[in-house]
Design a protein around this ligand. Sequence first.
Ligand SMILES: C[S@@+](CC[C@H](N)C(=O)[O-])C[C@H]1O[C@@H](n2cnc3c(N)ncnc32)[C@H](O)[C@@H]1O
Length: 256
Amino acid sequence: MSVFNDYANYYDLLYQNKDYKSESEFILNLINKYAPEAKGLLNLGCGTGAHDIFFAKYGLDVDGVDLSADMLKMAENRKSQLNPSKDGKLNYNKADVRSFELNKKFDLITTLFHVVSYQTTKEDLDKMFQRVTSHINSGGVFIFDCWYGPCVINEKPEIRVKTAENDQYVLIRKATPTLDLDKDTVNVHYDLEITDKETSEKSFTTEDHLMRFIFPDEIENLLDKYGYKVLCNAEWMTDKEPDSSTWGVYWVVKKI
Ligand SMILES: C[S@@+](CC[C@H](N)C(=O)[O-])C[C@H]1O[C@@H](n2cnc3c(N)ncnc32)[C@H](O)[C@@H]1O
């Protein structure tokens, strides 16, 4: 998969208004409720480590896995924000969530911001669940989110333009989605215009991100197959019951 290459360099700027602090607090509340004994966690598709830094500052040791060397480079840079005498550790691994092997098991595994939806076939998602299962202790908790199928087919993704800037750059990103109802996928074509504020020079990059929206029956089958019990299933960040207007849904499940 060749996504999150060039785009990775601008990821944190594009998502500078995404509230990673509140999201991390939301996850930490779930951890306190469902896995209070956990000392560490495995975060799959950790990206630039924007959640991990809050988890480590809370005292958890975090192992991150991601396929993109560019995203992981930025996650590595965050390590300098840690206080070694009181914070948890961050440890990053470049690997595929469908095939990784870390030779250790965890009481807690997370995968956040639609990494599940980046597994673009049922077979790929099955492989991811297989790897999660081989890395989770009995009684361990797995927290994941995804694009929710009933909403995507009801509301349908639209063209969106996003702008972001810092001292150095102005970014304009146009996202053009193409829906494939046979495969339950959306190809999101990103056109990114980058303006260097000092020189006024413009550069352009494009990336295609294929994403899959997931229906509850596929998740239920996977949970059944790999032996998990649902502890919680609700809308991401609001805890409302999912319906056909809910884009992002999360599950907290326990390995039986
Ligand atoms: C939308 S980003 C989310 C990153 C991070 N979790 C966050 O919340 O900012 C999706 C991430 O999943 C990673 N990813 C997608 N498919 C993957 C795979 N099969 N194996 C490992 N990483 C993958 C991408 O490289 C990217 O960093």
